[in-house]
Ligand binder design. Structure first.
Ligand code: SF4
Length: 327
């Protein structure tokens, strides 16, 4: 039985070698591999082989600045800033000058992309103004990425004019059930990003123990449908005081398997990320990590870099330890 299973997995690896797309059923079959089994390690090796072959030894460092913390109408049940469960230590908002100075400091340390993250109701005019100022201090080859609420085609065009090169946007697992956001609005935003010619950065998230492999694989395929070059997966972090706290977390081993499958199914052309940074996932085809400044939805501290989040130096060292070259 187990050798039959290994043969079936070999056939899926051969499909990958022939650059054929894996189906949803294929992805689910890979996700069903038992953690710690010999097939599990073969899966990791396959993902790693692809990364070494396609990305060489290039590691990428992305930095995210959380611009504000306030009760957010997205009301995501896992987030420290959800409207009904705001558990961050205080409401804050960085000034334009602060953001620009942080961007300059980050860029000086050699990064590949700078993300600006806001709550879903952040004023778009203010965001565009900050984006223009940040763009002016970033080296030409550092991506500027928006991680904001839903928007339409006109805003997508204006983001591009302001110097934004990419957008982090996703349909979350259980969107509309564990969030107050409409999956149809999320998809409209993905379409607006694509039609404006902005780079879409995608992620399967926030993965919890209750999500099925079909749901997880579905988001991998959605990313492929949008031709995503920069892909990620993220496990849900239990934030005390949020409604989903009791559901618990998947293990790092499980996340590592999901990362490897995501790498094989989505075939991102630039990089593969896992969030939050975990050294073990760097053996499963992951070559990109995030450092963080300001707030994030997994933390109650307004400066996550001093708490849960990693610094630029931290993630560079993690990548260096497994042989990746960063800027
Ligand atoms: S995850 Fe984002 S959209 Fe959802 S509540 Fe938190 S800040 Fe708002």
């Amino acid at each position: 039985m187990s050798s039959q299973r290994s043969e079936a997995i070999d056939m899926l690896f051969s499909k990958v070698d022939r650059d054929e797309n894996l189906t949803l059923e294929n992805a689910v079959e890979l996700l069903n591999i038992e953690n710690g089994s010999s097939d599990f390690y073969r899966l990791l090796a396959k993902a790693q082989e692809l990364t070494y072959r396609e990305y060489k030894n290039r590691g990428y460092v992305f930095v995210q600045i959380g611009l504000n913390s306030r009760p957010c109408p997205g009301n995501c049940r896992f987030c420290s800033m959800g409207l009904d469960n705001f558990v961050v230590e205080e409401e804050t908002e960085k000034t334009e000058t602060e953001v620009v100075e942080e961007a300059k400091r980050a860029a000086a340390q050699g990064i590949d992309a700078l993300f600006l993250m806001t709550t879903a109701d952040y004023d778009i005019e203010k965001f565009l103004e900050i984006s223009r100022s940040v763009k002016a201090v970033l080296p030409e080859d550092v991506m500027l990425v928006a991680n904001i609420g839903d928007f339409g085609e006109e805003t997508a065009r204006r983001l591009k004019e302001a110097g934004v090169t990419g957008v982090y946007h996703i349909v979350r697992l259980n969107e509309g059930i564990d969030t107050d956001l409409d999956p149809a609005d999320r998809i409209r935003t993905l379409d607006a990003v694509r039609s404006a010619g902005l780079e879409l950065i995608y992620c399967v998230e926030p993965i919890g123990p209750e999500h099925t492999y079909e749901q997880i694989a579905g988001e991998m395929l959605r990313a492929r449908e949008y031709d995503v070059n920069i892909m990620a997966c993220m496990k849900r972090v239990c934030v005390k005081g949020t409604p989903l706290y009791e559901r618990g977390e998947i293990t790092d081993l499980e996340l590592t398997k999901i990362a490897a499958v995501t790498r094989l199914v989505t075939r991102p052309k630039t990089s593969m990320n896992v969030h939050e940074p975990k050294q073990i996932t760097l053996l499963a085809g992951v070559n990109q990590l995030y450092a963080e400044i300001g707030i994030n939805p997994r933390d109650c501290a307004v400066e996550t870099g001093m708490n849960r989040g990693c610094s630029i130096a931290d993630v560079k060292e993690m990548l260096r330890q497994v042989g990746y070259r960063t800027r």
